[in-house]
Design a protein around this ligand. Structure first.
Ligand SMILES: Nc1nc2c(ncn2[C@@H]2O[C@H](COP(=O)(O)OP(=O)(O)OP(=O)(O)O)[C@@H](O)[C@H]2O)c(=O)[nH]1
Length: 642
């Protein structure tokens, strides 16, 4: 039997795998006699996992009784789901960054998270399995890529720099590494104990055509759902300029699982909202996106606005099932009427092309294969962008019921079949007139949009200026206190600890006296930089005013806050500012407070930190003091810490 490279690395223990509490949960769950109590007890030893599972259980309850204990959360989610979630969270936490220079870890998890929540939301519509299980599988659906970046950082960087499409990437991986990421995904999912029935569709979601799944079977449905979730993640993570091209295809795929444009839009928006809230909880970056309806709007016009040209050929998309009849009308339109014509043979193709090409006129046969003309018209009219296309429905006869149905679905005009040349000419004349009016309207609108974009930009600049300290570039007092309020609310929600550190430069007045105000300013700028470098990425540093700074430490208990204070003190000490070719020796005093149950709000936390700072100054400066349980105590500083 041949052993693949991924399997060899598994044997050597080199593959990314769950660790710590997640591993313990996996082990317990693999026993036949495991109990929910046992699993809950292990989960409780990890506060971050506990709060994430509580959030998941409450979301899964969909408005039922709120779950407050870990045991109830485990009960509601079920042992298997808890195992899957614990495992995927563990991998997210362990691999937030890594050694491969060309692998964007943040972007990778961001995309994987959106894939996971999209799969979960889709699964609520097409119930092929438990939505929470698909959330976990979605998070791990691309794990093979992360594995290659972790195990072969340099070689894989060379492959990634070529920026290849899926097939070419797989080929390049095989050439450079004699393996590919799909092989790694399969082995890691197996290692994580994900059942084959789920793991296989996950592995094939990048190359659905290679799966060989029988149409309509459960694996096939899962695969379809994951492919759609992947496209949703691609859209959410795409640069703004590329989003438009992805929307049409996505809507068509939504139609395949029975969702009309409106329902699909609501589902997408729901997934994006979940993406943001899980991103915050898992510390994964996420993009701010306009809602789906806005994404379907007219794509941005070219930079130089097109001048209205009455002579520009009318773009007509002809959607007809019968190829010969279609060829005849295409010939009339292009040769006799000078139109630019494109064609579609099915309803699905008509919708995709209409959304991609935004023709001036869509000539839509009512009896189209796959998706009839009425459905296509309704789907188009559900988008702002599709509303601007002039639709002529071709109906089998003048039957008033048929005509009424077409017009009610949103068609602008109709033509009875077989088509009559004179009628066709008259309809196209009306359409051309409509198009000229629309071009003029579009130009006005483009100008208005440009004006609104400029206004939004200058508002953003003003907002930024109002929240930023001009001297140091740090968030100012207002922004800092706002960040603290937000951190307070998050800590209320998640139960995670929260610490505030007030940092004050010692004897700053004498620095000003000795080096002048300009020298003082340089010292403030230098300290601001040093504080940023000493703080963790997710913590907030702001200048409260004068020579006083605030550091908000998320998820930090007293021990972590003292360590942070020592790190700040040490870094300030070892990076003295330079002014006029001279070193300006400085020190800071720090007051720490950690959120305590009796504190009513963020103000109370700041007041406690301020008391501790006051005590540090009073005790002689260059000190760290802590305010805890109503007492203020000194703690050993960085230079005399144990
Ligand atoms: N250069 C400069 N000085 C500032 C700025 N804002 C406030 N100050 C000065 O900072 C000094 C603060 O002095 P004090 O409040 O007495 O504090 P201190 O001298 O640091 O003494 P301790 O905090 O008790 O160690 C005052 O002289 C302010 O004028 C600023 O933006 N630039």
């Amino acid at each position: 039997m041949t052993t693949t490279k991924a399997e060899q690395l598994r044997i050597a223990g080199q593959l990314p795998s769950p660790k710590g509490v997640a591993l313990a949960i996996m082990e317990v769950c693999s026993r036949d006699d495991a109990t929910l109590e046992e699993v809950a007890r292990i989960v409780q030893t990890d506060p971050a996992l506990s709060s994430r599972l509580l959030r998941k259980a409450n979301a899964a309850g969909q408005g039922g009784r709120a779950v407050a204990s870990v045991k109830d959360a485990v009960m509601r989610l079920g042992m298997n789901t808890v195992r899957l979630l614990a495992m995927s969270f563990s991998l997210v936490d362990q691999h937030a960054c890594g050694p491969c220079p060309a692998f964007d870890y943040g972007a990778f998890w961001s995309h994987s998270l959106l894939l996971g929540v999209s799969a979960q939301e889709l699964c609520k519509v097409v119930r092929v399995t438990t939505p929470d299980d698909l959330f976990a599988c979605g998070l791990l659906a691309r794990i093979g890529e992360l594995a290659l970046a972790t195990i072969y950082p340099q070689e894989y960087a060379g492959v990634l720099q070529q920026k290849l499409s899926t097939e070419a990437l797989l080929e390049a991986e095989r050439q450079a590494l004699h393996t590919d990421h799909l092989e790694f995904t399969a082995v890691i999912l197996e290692d994580c104990g994900i059942p084959k029935a789920l793991a296989e569709p996950v592995v094939f979601h990048e190359r659905p055509e290679a799966s060989g799944f029988r149409e309509g079977s459960r694996p096939y449905q899962l695969l379809q759902l994951l492919v759609l979730a992947r496209r949703m993640a691609d859209l959410g993570c795409a640069p703004e300029a590329e989003r438009h091209a992805k929307v049409g295809e996505l809507m068509r795929m939504g139609g395949q699982i029975g969702l009309d444009a409106q329902a699909f839009g609501a589902l997408f928006d729901g997934a994006v909202a979940q993406w943001h809230s899980w991103g915050e909880l898992l510390r994964i970056p996420t993009e701010t996106l306009p809602d789906f309806e806005r994404l379907t709007e007219t794509p941005p016009q070219p930079a130089t606005p097109a001048t209205p040209d009455a002579q520009a050929p009318l773009h007509v998309l002809v959607a007809m099932g019968d190829a010969r009849a279609r060829a005849a009308i295409v010939a009339t339109l292009s040769h006799d009427l000078g139109c630019h014509v494109t064609q579609a043979g099915t309803g699905g193709e008509a919708l995709t092309r209409a959304l991609q090409e935004t023709p001036d006129v869509l000539m839509l046969e009512r009896l189209l294969p796959e998706m009839d003309g009425v459905e296509v018209c309704r789907a188009l009219r559900a988008t702002e962008w599709g509303r601007s296309i002039y639709v002529i429905m071709m109906v089998e006869s003048d039957d008033p019921d048929r005509v009424e149905e077409a017009l009610e679905a949103g068609a602008d005009d109709y033509l009875p079949q077989p088509l009559h040349d004179r009628l066709l000419h008259a309809r196209i004349r009306a359409a051309r007139h409509h198009q000229q009016l629309r071009t003029a309207w579009r130009d006005d609108r483009a100008q208005l949009r440009q004006f609104m974009a400029e206004l939004a930009l200058s508002n953003r600049r003003l907002e930024h200026a109002a929240m930023t300290d001009l001297l140091t570039g740090l968030p100012n007092r207002r922004a800092g206190l706002q960040a603290l309020e937000q951190a307070w609310s998050a800590s209320t929600r998640t139960g995670q600890p929260l610490a505030a550190l007030m940092i004050d430069i010692d004897h700053f007045k004498s620095i000003n006296d000795r080096y002048g105000h300009a020298g003082g300013d340089v010292v403030l700028q230098s300290v601001a930089k040093t504080l940023l470098s000493a703080a963790r990425r997710h913590d907030t540093v702001c200048r409260l005013g004068g020579e006083e700074f605030l550091l908000v430490c998320h998820d930090a208990d007293l021990r972590a806050a003292i360590l942070a204070a020592r790190r700040v003190q040490q870094t300030v000490r070892s990076h003295p500012p330079q002014f006029d070719g001279k070193t300006v020796p400085i020190s800071v005093s720090i007051g720490i407070a950690v959120r305590e149950p009796q504190m009513a709000d963020a103000d109370a936390l700041i007041r406690a930190a301020d008391q501790a700072l006051y005590a540090a100054k009073h005790d002689g400066r260059d000190r760290i003091f802590v305010s805890a349980a109503g007492k203020v105590l000194g703690v050993p500083s960085a230079h005399n810490a144990p």
